[in-house]
Design a binder for this molecule. Sequence first.
Ligand code: ADP
Ligand code: MG
Length: 676
Amino acid sequence: MARTLERLRCKTILSLLWHLPYSAQKRHFVSSLNQAIPGELITFQAEILQHFPAIERFKTASRRPYRVAVGDHSRFLDLVFFNAIPSYIEKNLPVGETRVISGKFENYQGKFQMTHPDHIGSLETLKDWQGVEPIYALTQGISQKQLRKMILLALEKVQPLPEWISAETLQIHHWRSWHEALRQAHFPSHESESLSSHGDRKRLAFDELFANQLALTIVRRAQTYQNGQQTFPTHVLQQKILDTLPFKLTCDQLNALEEIEQDMKSPHRMVRLLQGDVGSGKTIVAFLSMVKAVEAGFQVALLAPTEILAKQHAQTMMSWAEAAGITLDVLLGKDSVKIKKEKYERLKSGSLQIIVGTHALVQEAVSFHNLGFIVVDEQHRFGVEQRLKLAEKGQHVDVLSMTATPIPRTLMLATYGDLACSYLHEKPAGRQEVQTKAIPLNRVEEIFQGITRVVQKGAKVYWICPLVEESEVLDLAAAEDRFHLLEKKFPGITGLVHGRLKSQEKDKIMEQFKERDLQILVATTVVEVGVHVEDATIMVIEHAERFGLSQLHQLRGRIGRGSQSSSCVLLYQTPLNEIAKARINVLRSTTDGFKIAEEDLRLRGGGDALGLRQSGMPNFYLVDFTIHKDLFLLAQQESDALLAQDPMLASPRGQAARLLLALFGKESAMRFLQAG
Ligand code: ADP
Ligand code: MG
């Protein structure tokens, strides 16, 4: 059964316990058959009266079913078996004997019958076949009965455990002990108890979240509290840059800078995430933070996911750096050996203060004189190791990560625990709103006409085609077809980029679109999040109904960056389903990425497991995202409170919490425990 069970995510006895029923049903005991109601699941005792074996019907393969007449003092009933093995039926239903039988009672064309009973057994089995029973999600190769039996065996191995939840929390929610809640969740006494909103289910979901938050918090604290250093910015260089800026920083930008400075001054290590929509002005915040570290005598590195982004950052920052007399350069994988060597030298001697680069920065050959601060742009594009490797090139390095993908609060908690965050909600002044329209695909001709007009005036156009893994080949073909069509209409100024291209080719085409004569860029979703093409004013998203909400928002963020007004056209295939309609409506009504991220999560609910996985959400067993939403924050608070009281998890409750971590496979976090 191992492989079958694995499909249900039940590899271990513990994970069998986590496989909770999705529903429950009631089996009624009827002492006489004339009390049975058609459609109900019933259990009854009856005498076996007569067998009517299946007969071959003419020459066709179809058979009449095998019927067995049974009855009690009040009524007769036929048990019906299709494709049955006669010897099996004869053996289990001997004429003249009494059996306990359970199944769905039906009235079929005026006759009472039961097709394929769930159970036929001796009189002792009567007690096992009445009352409320759980219904589990199954997979091919296993029946309810088999799975129930296994889960029951697993439950027998479970002993009561000491309590890890605080008495207060238990009391407020009227939760039972873990052991009782687990049993009750598998064997509810009412149908409604199998719902995720039921108390026992909530307690179990809370346990899983508590384990998650506890583990995350322990690891996070070990990361930040160790190896701290204090950095004291002088603000001298920062002021020079502020003096040359053509704009004033927004309140959010100033707040973020203040939060970052507080982290620097504290004796702990800084690990902070800067979140802000595309265009919200993260770059200047990152740069001024880097300058603070330079003021305190440190070298700084900025890690960007692609060459084009690295170059763009370097370009932007160079002019600011010059104003303050800071040395800055960019390091790319494609730099020649000679150039690289020269840059390595300057980093090692300390004459280069800021280096911007791709993963080339992580290479072994790169070493610093005094690296004290790193910024990671689009942090989700890097693995933990890459970030660590770079940080290890210095001592006590502070880390600022940035992301243009706003993360809803609950997701944030579940994936990063109590990670410190700064937010840029406000958009800098003077930003043009993007007009968003939704148009059915069959009116695509109108779009071509519109594009012809704007292209003549020199505008640049993104044309986005969907690409999903499952239908990659077809999607790619569709994107290529679209490219050929547009290329015919707009020869010489149309380009195509997609994920199959080598990154250098991609960069080259992006470059042509950004700097040179390409005006129409057909792209699958690979267009880089942070790339500025100031004069791109139109974005057409084909099959918008196939994109997630946040994804659409990200894409749209690539236009409207200059001073001209911009528009985004969502081309959709009719008919639209309700969710797709809702998505498009949200997109038309707001451009606030944080709002959109929350809505996205709400619309997906717990249903779109894939979407959640892509967003980095841990794969929970017991947590139903939509229903247990409120428990995330509660679990974080519980975990903070416990660690404040008992940082080494040494008290009786702390010991219980260690068990909890082990239950959910998070015992590895325990080696990070440290005195508070
Ligand atoms: P992102 O958050 O996407 O990285 P950027 O940092 O690239 O955004 O900023 C987008 C544009 O807004 C840049 O041209 C930048 O110079 C400009 N900008 C940043 N802050 C402000 C501000 N406070 N007022 C006006 N413009 C600003
Ligand atoms: Mg950016």
